[in-house]
Design a protein around this ligand. Structure first.
Ligand code: ATP
Ligand code: MG
Length: 238
């Protein structure tokens, strides 16, 4: 589903320290944004505010769906905005249980849910570890489980906090594949990263958090072999 988030007069202060003040901020519909900035400037804090996990010191964030029909019948608020943690929280259970968690109450049959989980695990290359306990996985594998768990929810906006920090090239490519799939479905993504890579190259817009404010600028489009893939959701948006 395609939604837009609008934030107004956002500021965050910890005691006397002003982390940032952002007069206006918009994400979506169907955008890919690269959020960059030095350690400690407030990228994680901003993503948590946008997802509703943290409350800003001033300002507000609202999410609008893309049509009257969806507004009437879709889930309200920011349930469709998912924050993918810098250090993912996974619970005590198997890989499968962690991924199916997000859709445990959906109305689909157990068989359909299982098929979705297996598809997600296959996309991140972990289907053979489905029945393993989460504690035996490496850091990079846990990051991929967290991505599978986020993808399965098909969020309208996925906020990815350093998703590639502990990933090798093949794993980054898998995350890129999932991010492209979400973009084709009409979702938006925001990616923080200290290094440019295949994931940040998906982005058409840059947010640079520095000197307590956010500077927005366009990013040059990357030409790939498959132009259609980069054409986001023009023909898939619903
Ligand atoms: N609850 C809190 N109380 C006090 N200070 C906080 C709190 N949460 C975050 N901070 C401070 O706010 C600053 C920004 O933190 P944040 O995690 O958003 O940075 P970041 O840009 O994501 O950095 P990194 O690139 O290292 O991930 C840090 O200096 C941090 O110590
Ligand atoms: Mg951070």
């Amino acid at each position: 589903m395609t939604i837009q988030i609008n934030a107004h007069n956002l500021s965050m202060r910890f005691k006397e320290r002003v982390l940032f003040h952002i007069p206006v901020l918009t994400i979506g519909p169907n955008e890919a944004v690269y959020l960059k900035g030095d350690n400690g400037v407030g990228k994680t804090t901003l993503l948590k505010i946008l997802s509703g996990l943290s409350k800003p010191t001033t300002g507000f964030v609202d999410a609008t769906n893309d049509g009257w029909f969806r507004r009437l019948f879709s889930r309200a608020g920011r349930k469709d905005v998912i924050y993918l943690h810098q250090s993912p929280y996974l619970f005590d259970g198997t890989v499968y249980q962690n991924v199916v968690y997000g859709i445990r109450y959906s109305k689909e049959s157990t068989k359909d849910k299982r098929a979705q989980v297996i598809t997600a695990l296959r996309m991140v290359g972990l289907e053979t570890l489905a029945d393993e306990h989460i504690s035996v996985l490496s850091g990079g594998e846990k990051q991929r489980v967290a991505m599978a768990r986020a993808w399965i929810l098909k969020p309208s906006i996925l906020l990815m906090d350093e998703p590639s920090a502990s990933l090798d090239q093949e794993s980054i490519d898998r995350i890129v594949f999932m991010a492209k799939d979400l973009l084709k479905r009409g979702s938006s993504i925001v990616i923080t990263s200290h290094q440019k890579n295949a994931l940040t190259e998906l982005c058409r817009k840059q947010w640079w958090l520095k000197d307590t404010t956010l500077v927005e600028s366009p990013l040059l489009q990357v030409i790939t072999d498959n132009k259609q893939e980069n054409n986001y959701a023009s023909s898939h948006a619903n």
